[in-house]
Design a protein around this ligand. Structure first.
Ligand code: ZN
Length: 331
């Protein structure tokens, strides 16, 4: 599938360690972030977050490429704990494409996600797959693109490792591997139903792609639902937010990012020139865009404003349940 997504450095960010949180259990509750990479010539991997729990590890998002999954498996091996649960914040393959690789080693790992992937399997993935195959057939695909297309195809075909074994329909406290987490469902946001996590023990928000530092990936996004979800995140007393891509944020940094997000939506809804909205994002989100990446981010923002935010067809498609492209028009 073709996902428009942006670079994040391949730095391994290890959060926490010995903070004096009240931790009655033997395990360290602090999350570890395995940062996703996005080299210029390949699709991205989302950030993965590993949480320790009494009965093993919880891995939030599994990346796209085997290099990323190898890091997750190496972490589990070194920790001497099985991967007991996988949480997919959403169905984009840079967050769920690695489920199969982890379950090949830990077959008992449950998959915790919303059922939104069911809509993607009929209303998004087939189109991306056809685009990928057309690109290969054109002879213009680079070896890296061909590898990504094949990875995507394998992930989409392997529905057993994409569909949730434990579907989450509504927000609430859930016990995973013996650890209690507050799972929140955000309807019609980055996807038809995103999952984000508030971990009260460490005052951490795991935001998935509701927050992408460099530019929100609107590929399957619904602006109004997304804006509302950010309001709910802002209302939690978190001290650290781990985005779907990019570095962890403080509450203040998130507030600045959210201001830029709202300004982008407002601009797109106004008669302003596209270039004005693009420049507005670049200025408002400057602290979140690495030096040198500006031109690429401008390209993505231009695409999102014209093809998603200002497209009635995209609004119709992504602010309602996904369905097969050939289905009758919505009444
Ligand atoms: Zn992503």
């Amino acid at each position: 599938m073709i996902e428009r997504a942006v670079v994040v450095t391949a730095v391994l960010v290890a959060c926490g360690g010995s903070q004096p949180h009240a931790a009655p259990s033997a395990y360290d509750p602090e999350p570890t972030v395995i940062a996703g990479a996005f080299p210029p010539d390949r699709g991205p991997d989302g950030n993965s977050i590993i949480l320790r729990a009494p009965r093993g590890l919880i891995v939030v998002d599994t990346g796209r490429h085997t290099e990323h999954q190898d890091k997750l498996l190496a972490f589990a091996k070194q920790a001497g704990a099985p991967i007991a649960a996988i949480v997919n914040t959403h169905w984009h393959l840079d967050h769920s494409g690695g489920n199969a690789e982890l379950r090949a080693v830990y077959p008992a790992a449950e998959i915790v996600a919303t059922r939104a992937v069911e809509g993607a399997l009929v209303g998004f993935f087939p189109k991306g797959r056809a685009q990928g195959e057309a690109l290969i057939a054109s002879g213009k695909a680079t070896p890296q693109q061909i590898e990504d297309i094949k990875l995507g195809r394998a992930a989409i075909d392997d529905t057993r490792n994409l569909l949730p074994t434990r579907p989450i329909a509504q927000s609430g406290a859930v016990e995973l591997a013996g650890r209690q987490l507050d799972l929140r469902v955000a309807p019609f946001a980055a996807t038809e139903a995103d999952l984000w996590i508030y971990d009260a023990a460490t005052k951490t928000v795991i935001a998935g792609d509701l927050v992408v530092a460099e530019v929100p990936f609107f590929d399957s996004g619904c602006p109004e639902g997304w804006r509302a979800a950010l309001g709910e995140i802002a209302a939690t007393p978190f001290v650290r937010l781990i985005p779907g891509h990019g570095e962890p944020m403080t509450h203040d940094a998130f507030a600045r990012w959210r201001t830029a997000f709202d300004a982008l939506l407002d601009c797109a809804a106004s008669p302003a020139e596209v270039t004005t909205c693009v420049a507005g994002w670049r200025a408002g989100a400057a602290a979140f865009i690495p030096p040198g990446d500006g031109p690429r981010i401008d390209e993505y923002t231009t695409y999102y404003v014209t093809e998603i935010l200002r497209s009635p067809a995209a609004h119709e498609r992504f602010c309602h349940p996904l369905r097969a492209e050939s289905a009758a028009p919505r009444q």
